[in-house]
Design a protein. Structure first.
Length: 307
């Protein structure tokens, strides 16, 4: 039995808040694996970003489609699940390439792709990557979202309600959540980051204030039984989301104060920005630099004495 088969075997196990040890080990490996989320839901992990799958004989619903390099592997995994690989709907939580790489294959098969309008716009045009000083090319038309929205909407999968909405500027300018209300499964995209450092794509419109608001919105949508699926890392519960929100809020408040004092990212770190947080950052400077940049675009809304 190979590793993937073992992980798939874990699907029949107890679907508690904590993942089985074998599923947990999949996060550190390179190839996609199927891990349980709750009844009727699994997550493909290691395919770029996480891919949440609602499995059903009437058709599968996906949140995100993984990185392009993993499309064949994702499709193979889907064929082995209830619904036999027949996807009806794919949501994109945002426009980063690790979330939309499978869009082309799904779009060509006539699958409905739902995303925020900003995501469609980013995928339909070349856009500049400030970090890498190059343009990311537009995706072929078949990979573009076919249904877009600005604030939010809802749909049905069978009798099951799916609600989705914008998470304004939480990580990019096109972040959304997808909430399977009846199953109580909430896909949060990269608006939460339970394991790795939070990423603020400031050039793509993400900033700390947006992240605070987004996590507050996710807290309001969830209860103690909600299974919350991030773009990276394990499925979490409301307690973990609350802990991350508390940290994000503390960083926002501290940074607001330090921005008003005219500090640089390094000044802020030296002044104790990261002191006594409930987690340790792998690259504190990178996070602080990006978060600081995000404030620049929002000086006019911080408070009257900022400028
Ligand atoms: Zn992202």
């Amino acid at each position: 039995m190979n590793r993937r088969a073992i992980v798939k075997g874990a699907l029949g196990g107890v679907l508690g808040l904590t993942l089985p040890p074998l599923a947990r080990s999949a996060f550190s490996q390179g190839s996609p694996a199927v891990v349980p989320v709750s009844e009727g839901f699994v997550m493909l992990t290691g395919a770029g970003g996480n891919v949440l799958v609602r499995t059903a004989s009437t058709g599968q619903v996906l949140v995100d489609s993984g990185a392009a390099a993993f499309t064949d592997a994702v499709l193979a995994d889907l064929r082995g699940l209830a619904g036999g690989g027949r996807a009806t709907t794919v949501f994109n939580t945002h426009w980063h390439r690790e979330q939309v790489g499978g869009n082309l294959a799904f779009g060509r098969s006539g699958v409905t792709i739902i995303a925020h309008e900003k995501t469609r716009a980013h995928l339909a045009t070349d856009y500049y990557l400030q970090d890498e000083d190059r343009y990311e090319k537009a995706l072929p038309a078949a990979a573009h979202p076919t249904v877009t929205f600005f604030t939010g909407d809802k749909t049905l999968a069978g009798n099951e309600r799916i609600e989705y909405g914008h998470l304004l500027e939480a990580h990019t300018d096109g972040d959304i959540y997808v909430f399977f209300r009846d199953a109580n499964v909430l896909a949060a995209g990269d608006a939460i980051s339970p394991l790795k450092d939070p990423v603020l794509d400031w050039f793509g419109g993400g900033w700390l204030g947006g992240r605070v608001d987004a996590q507050e919105k996710l807290l309001k949508l969830s209860n103690e039984k909600t299974r919350i699926v991030p773009s990276y890392g394990p499925v979490v519960g409301r307690a973990e989301l609350q802990a991350e929100f508390d940290m994000t809020r503390m960083l926002f408040d501290r940074m607001l104060d330090l921005v008003k004092q005219g500090m640089s990212a390094q000044d802020m770190l030296d002044a104790g920005l990261m002191k006594d947080l409930n987690r340790t950052f792998r690259d504190p400077f990178r996070f602080t630099y990006d978060a600081h940049k995000g404030y620049w675009a929002h000086h006019n809304s911080l408070s009257p004495d900022v400028l």
